[in-house]
Design a protein around this ligand. Structure first.
Ligand code: HEM
Length: 447
């Protein structure tokens, strides 16, 4: 049997690095760099971080208790919400309690399977236009930038009526600056201080750009009363439920939330998936055949005709989870897997660690999409694989993201052959999301 490919993963240290190294140097700018080898063997570790007790939990049953069985006891930590408030305000991602329930109820119908099937055509349209713009012949291209351009175009087309202010090249730069700064600002957030430095002023400018642009859009929708798309419907529902100033604020908060959460993560998933396929030319060829056959049928059901591509996407989300960490704060004392958790403790679940844990996976660092097919998938623990989280706060856009990624990948594979360009392998960098440092340069050739 051929040995499996082991795609790049960040440096692992022999021992647990001292806590202060999370705040300076490489570990400060890359949350997946320098994890100790032991983290991938143990189910529980408690550390004190600047006065906070943090439990790192990689035990699926305990994770199930945090995210579902005792969910009321575990909220998004106050310090994470403080960190994100500047960008996401009190929108769905950052809300808690009744406000969260109400907002989730308002947006849920947009992400039902039937509604997502309705987005298939506009998604395919955006990627067809992208592929048509690609230069002919054999050319190097940064597929990280292409992935972002596709997902930005798609989120604007599907949720925001295709508004061109959201797809301008400037918008991408602003979002990157915002996410970079949020990823770096851990120390200042833990200490309850505002973030400082050049990165944070770029991030503030980025946040202002998004809020101004989306605020103008919200005002236009409120004036015209349009309900013809997700954002129009959201603005109308919020105005029906809340006083005007609060409705406007929540409309902008959610516009930023859906615009940012709705494209950056999927762009990362696409980037790592196409990288893994570029590294496996034979597999890529098999998937091209699957994609070409699937594209012959109706686009609303395209995703169902791509089972092997789906397994590769699932495996890419395992190895490179676009959201590499999930944090919760205990509202009251509890017990998890025999360990005491006190009120105010932080519970930190790292899909990046859990997905490569030796107790839960065979050859955890190897690329093996077959593990997501047939009986092998059926045998998985419900909480050992969490690219979209789990429980009531599970990603509301999970189905949207999977359908979107499969449609984009099928069109890409049908249009070009992708190969590696030589040079050093890409390095995953964890900020808020998990991106390759320096983009993803690949060679594109005619099929
Ligand atoms: C591959 C793509 C994606 C990944 C890996 C991903 C991952 C996640 C994860 C892990 C969470 C839960 C965080 C937690 O529990 O702390 C989440 C929440 C969320 N995601 Fe996604 N996401 C993706 C795509 C999308 C898309 C396409 C949208 C919208 C169109 C979206 C919107 C949201 C929102 C609004 C939340 C907050 C939900 C709530 O708190 O009720 N995501 N996402």
């Amino acid at each position: 049997m051929q040995p499996l490919l082991v795609p790049p993963f960040p440096y692992r240290s022999r021992d647990w690095p001292p806590v202060w190294t999370s705040f300076v140097g490489r570990r400060a700018s890359n949350s997946v760099y320098g994890w100790p080898d032991e983290a991938f063997d143990i189910a529980w570790r408690t550390r004190r971080v600047l006065g906070h007790t943090v439990h790192l939990v990689s035990e699926p049953d305990a994770i199930g208790r945090v995210l579902l069985d005792n969910k009321a006891n575990y909220e998004r930590p106050a310090l994470v919400r403080r960190l994100l408030r500047g960008g996401l305000g009190d929108g769905l991602f950052n809300a808690e309690g009744e406000s969260w329930r109400e907002q989730r109820r308002i947006v849920a119908p947009t992400f039902s399977p039937a509604a997502v099937a309705g987005f298939a055509k506009p998604i395919a349209h955006v990627v067809q236009e992208q592929v048509a713009r690609w230069p002919a012949g054999t050319r190097p291209m940064d597929m990280a930038a292409e992935a972002t351009s596709a997902t930005m175009g798609i989120i604007a087309a599907t949720l925001f009526g295709g508004d061109s202010r959201l797809t301008a090249p400037a918008a991408a730069g602003h979002i990157t600056a915002m996410l970079d700064a949020a990823g770096r600002a851990r120390l200042t957030a833990l200490l309850g201080m505002p973030a400082l430095g050049p990165g944070s002023s770029r991030a503030r400018a980025g946040g202002r750009f998004l809020r101004d642009t989306l605020g103008a859009l919200a005002d236009e929708r409120a004036r015209t009363g349009g309900r013809d798309d997700f954002f129009g419907g959201l603005v109308a529902a919020l105005h029906a439920r809340y006083p005007a100033p609060q409705a406007r604020e929540l409309a902008v908060d959610n516009a930023v939330t859906f615009y940012v959460a709705g494209h950056e993560t999927t762009a990362n998933a696409l980037t790592w998936t196409i990288y893994l396929l570029a590294a496996q030319p034979l597999l890529q060829e098999t998937l091209r055949v699957e994609a070409l056959a699937a594209l012959g049928g109706d686009v609303e059901t395209l995703d169902a005709r791509l089972p092997r591509l789906r397994a590769v996407l699932d495996e890419a989300l395992r190895l490179y989870p676009p959201a590499p960490r999930l944090d919760r704060e205990a509202m009251a004392d509890d017990e998890l897997a025999g360990h005491a958790v006190r009120r105010g403790d932080l519970v930190s679940i790292w899909p990046y660690v859990l997905h490569r844990h030796r107790a839960w996976w065979d050859q955890p660092d190897a690329f093996d999409p077959e593990r997501f097919l047939g009986d092998r998938r059926v045998g998985m623990h419900r909480y050992q694989y969490l690219p979209f989280g789990a429980g009531p706060r599970v990603c509301v856009g999970a189905r949207f993201a999977v359908v979107e990624a499969l449609i984009v990948l099928a069109h890409w594979l049908a249009a070009r052959r992708f190969s590696l360009r030589g040079g050093p392998p890409p390095v995953p960098v964890g900020r808020v999301t998990l991106r390759p440092a320096g983009g993803m340069p690949l060679e594109l050739a005619p099929v």
